[in-house]
Design a protein around this ligand. Structure first.
Ligand SMILES: Cc1cc2nc3c(=O)[nH]c(=O)nc-3n(C[C@H](O)[C@H](O)[C@H](O)COP(=O)(O)OP(=O)(O)OC[C@H]3O[C@@H](n4cnc5c(N)ncnc54)[C@H](O)[C@@H]3O)c2cc1C
Length: 434
C-alpha cells in the first residue's frame, strides 16, 4: 500500500502551471472554481470575447476533477419515474434527450482541441447483482430507447463473459457510446487551453463573499477584492458556507477509489474483455474499470457516506472487489483516495441564477461529460447568449428542512441504514439468485 491519499491519476499529470495567488482588481466574468465546470465556462466566455478570471480556493483540479473514475457518459442517474416526479413529464423527457448531447459535446471538445487524455469509447456496462435489478435495467433501457432513442443493449447472464469474467452478476445493459478517460490529463488539457487563451487562473485563493448585483459585483477573496460584472459558481461538491443558498442545495458526498498494483496483461484481458466502464446497479454501487495503460484495475465505490480515511476505505473497497473477482485475493492495492461529489436532492445537475450570480453544479457523481457541457451553458447564459438554453435550467434545485449546508449529518443515519439493512438485503437477494 504505497500511495494512500494520492490519486493514481496524479502520477501521470503535466507539471502544474505556476499560477498567481492574488486576483486582479477587475473581471468581466469571474468564475469561482477551476475544475471542469469552471474551466469550460472560462474558455467559452473568453472565446466569446469576455475578460475572464477563474479563482480557486486550492490548486485548480484538485477538487473532484482529477480524482474521479474517468467514466465519460451522460445518462439518467435516476429512474425515469423519479425524474417525472421531480420535474414533470416534459422536462424529464427534455433532460433525457439532452444528456447524450452533453456526452457528444465533451467528446467533441476533447477531439477538436486535441486533448491527450486517453479518451477511449469502449462502452459502459451496467451490471445487475440480482434478477430483479436485471429486469429493472432492461425495462429502463427500453424506456430510454423509446423516449430518447438511447442505444442500450441487453446483456443476458449467458453473454456476460464478453464484458467480465465475474460470476457475481445476473445480467447487464451495455451502452456502446460511453467511454473513459484519464481525468487528470483531461483537466491538464483544459488548463493548457485556458492559459493559452489568456484567461487568468488564480490558485489558493478562497472566495469569501459575493456582494452586489449583476453588472456590479464586489467579490471578496482571501487576497483582495475583485470588481466583476458577472459571477459564475462552479464549486459543485466543494460548495460551502457562506454561500448558504447553494450549499443547502448541493451536498458533499464522498466517493472512494482504489487502484491495484500492475497486473499481467493476460489477467486483465480475462477479467475485463473489451475494457468497458463497469457500473453496478445495486445500492452499494461500485464502479470500476481498467486503467488507460491497461495494467491496473481502478475500483471505486461507496466505501461509506462519511469521509473515511484511505486505509479504512481501501479495506472496504478491496472486500467489495474480491466479491466481484475473488481471484484478486493476492493482488496488492497501491493507491486509495477520495473526493467529494456534489449531490442535489433530485440527483440532477442544475444551471441557474441566484441573486444575479450564475451557477452550474450538482452533477451527483456523474460530471465528467456533464460538467464541461453545463459549464459552457452557464457561460453563455451569463453572456445573454441563446446558446445557453438548456433543460437543466428549467427547474431550481431544492433543499430540505433538515439540511442547512455544511457537513450533511443526515448521511450518518443513512450510512447505518444502507449498511445494516439495504446492503444486507441486496446481498441476500444476490446470493439467492446465484
Ligand atoms: C471519487 C470520485 C469519482 C468520480 N467518478 C466519476 C466518474 O467516473 N464519472 C463521472 O462522470 N463523474 C465522476 N465523478 C464526479 C465528477 O468528478 C464531478 O462531477 C466533476 O469533476 C465536477 O467538476 P466541477 O468542476 O463542477 O467541480 P470540482 O472539480 O469539484 O471543482 C470545484 C472547485 O471549486 C473550488 N471552490 C469551492 N469553493 C470555493 C471558494 N469559496 N472559492 C474558490 N474556489 C472554491 C474547489 O476548490 C474546487 O477546486 C466522481 C467524483 C469523485 C469525487
Amino acid at each position: 500500500m504505497s500511495e494512500f491519499g494520492t490519486p493514481y491519476w496524479w502520477e501521470d499529470g503535466a507539471q502544474l502551471p505556476d499560477l498567481p495567488e492574488k486576483p486582479p482588481a477587475k473581471a468581466e466574468v469571474l468564475i469561482i472554481g477551476g475544475g471542469y465546470t469552471g474551466l469550460s465556462a472560462a474558455i467559452t466566455a473568453k472565446r466569446a470575447g469576455a475578460n475572464v478570471v477563474v479563482i480557486d480556493a486550492i490548486v485548480p483540479g484538485k477538487g473532484a476533477s482529477t480524482r474521479n473514475g474517468g467514466m465519460c457518459g451522460a445518462h439518467a442517474r435516476v429512474a425515469v419515474g423519479a425524474l417525472e416526479k421531480s420535474f414533470g413529464r416534459d422536462t424529464a423527457i427534455a433532460l433525457l434527450n439532452e444528456a447524450p448531447k452533453a456526452f457528444a459535446y465533451t467528446r467533441g471538445f476533447i477531439q477538436d482541441e486535441g486533448i491527450a487524455c486517453d479518451f477511449e469509447q469502449n462502452g459502459r456496462v451496467v451490471l445487475a447483482n440480482t434478477r430483479k435489478q436485471y429486469q429493472g435495467l432492461t425495462a429502463l433501457a427500453k424506456t430510454l430507447h423509446d423516449l430518447a432513442g438511447y442505444d442500450m443493449r441487453d446483456v443476458p447472464k449467458a453473454d456476460l463473459g464478453a464484458h467480465t469474467s465475474s460470476n457475481a452478476y445476473q445480467g447487464a445493459v451495455f451502452y456502446p457510446d460511453h467511454g473513459g478517460l484519464q481525468p487528470r490529463k483531461f483537466h491538464d488539457g483544459m488548463m493548457a487551453i485556458a492559459l493559452r487563451e489568456g484567461i487568468t487562473v488564480v490558485q489558493n485563493c478562497p472566495v469569501l463573499a459575493v456582494q452586489g448585483r449583476e453588472g456590479a459585483f464586489q467579490v471578496e477573496t482571501a487576497q483582495g477584492t475583485v470588481a466583476a460584472d458577472k459571477v459564475i459558481f462552479a464549486t459543485n461538491g466543494y460548495t460551502r458556507k457562506p454561500f448558504n443558498w447553494l450549499a443547502k442545495r448541493v451536498f458533499p458526498l464522498p466517493s472512494f477509489i482504489i487502484a491495484t498494483e500492475q497486473l499481467p496483461p493476460e489477467l486483465i484481458a480475462r477479467l475485463a474483455p473489451g475494457r468497458r466502464m463497469m457500473v453496478e446497479a445495486r445500492i452499494k454501487h461500485s464502479y470500476y474499470r481498467v486503467s488507460p495503460d491497461g495494467t491496473r484495475i481502478i475500483f471505486g465505490g461507496r466505501a461509506g457516506m462519511v469521509p473515511y480515511g484511505p486505509e479504512f476505505a481501501a479495506r472496504r473497497l478491496r472486500a467489495t472487489m474480491l466479491n466481484v473477482w475473488p481471484e484478486l485475493e493476492k493482488v496488492k492495492i497501491t493507491h486509495s483516495w477520495r473526493g467529494y461529489t456534489g449531490f442535489t436532492f433530485e440527483q440532477v445537475p442544475h444551471v441557474g441564477l441566484h441573486k444575479g450570480a450564475h451557477f452550474a453544479l450538482g452533477y451527483s457523481g456523474s460530471g465528467v461529460a456533464l460538467a464541461p457541457y453545463l459549464g459552457m451553458k452557464a457561460a453563455y447564459q451569463a453572456l445573454g447568449d441563446v446558446r445557453g438554453e438548456t433543460a437543466y435550467s428549467r427547474s431550481t434545485p431544492t433543499t430540505r428542512i433538515f439540511y442547512q449546508g455544511g457537513y450533511p449529518k443526515f448521511l450518518i443515519p443513512a450510512e447505518l441504514w444502507y449498511r445494516q439493512v439495504v446492503d444486507r438485503f441486496e446481498a441476500w437477494q444476490a446470493a439467492r439468485d446465484q
